[in-house]
Design a binder for this molecule. Structure first.
Ligand code: IMP
Ligand code: MG
Length: 187
């Protein structure tokens, strides 16, 4: 038998679409139109990011966009504790208002690292937007400015989130269950 499978759907495609709309409204009200740069943290944010960006159009926000590929999980089941830049941004963020977008705020190591990185590159302000927040898992001192849904300490997949690079295509967010004790990791 497959060592992991979908246990239950936590958020349907409609739930997500409604929440993304609300987040777009919040970002539209909070961020100035002038020098906005949206930075997606790959890979998990790619679907969320695309939906957010299209929503911002209707709020007359026309950000520049870029992506960074950050890895915080080792090859196995445990967070490695260090974050590595696999692919850096190329947009010059000096003096700009950056909004970092990630799929899930878990230990917080990735987002904390990314916020520091944007400031180090000269951003004037750095905010963060995550689809999911797992506050019970937090290690790094960070919270997000815009949060889609708060979730319990369960491993979730879908709408961009993966397990071992699978499940990203699911239009909904679901809890994954493991029949063998072990491993929940991903990036
Ligand atoms: P961090 O622990 O906050 O640094 O999160 C690192 C990355 O781990 C996130 O960007 C996700 O890609 C991944 N991650 C954390 N929790 C989950 C989960 O429940 N499902 C899928 N990926 C996860
Ligand atoms: Mg990720």
């Amino acid at each position: 038998m497959h060592p992991h499978h979908i246990l239950r759907v936590l958020f349907t495609a409609d739930d997500i679409a409604g929440r993304v709309d609300a987040l777009v409204g919040e970002i539209g009200r909070t961020c100035a139109a002038g020098s906005l740069v949206l930075v997606g943290i790959l890979r998990g944010s790619f679907i969320f990011f695309a939906d957010l960006v299209r929503g911002l159009f209707y709020h007359h926000l026309h950000p520049r966009i870029d992506f960074t590929l950050l890895q915080s999980y080792g090859s196995g089941t445990e967070s490695s504790g260090t974050v590595e830049i696999e692919r850096d941004i190329s947009v010059d963020v000096r003096g700009t208002e950056v909004v970092l977008v990630d799929d899930i705020l878990d230990t917080g190591r990735t987002l904390h690292f990314a916020v520091e990185l944007m400031y180090a590159k000269g951003a004037r302000s750095v905010k963060s937007c995550v689809l999911l927040d797992k506050p019970s898992r937090r290690v790094a001192p960070i919270s997000a400015d815009f949060v889609g849904f708060t979730v319990e300490d369960v491993f979730v997949v879908g709408y961009g989130l993966d397990y071992d690079s699978y499940y990203r295509e699911l239009p909904y967010i679901a809890e994954l269950t493991f029949t063998h004790p072990g491993a929940a990791g991903g990036q």
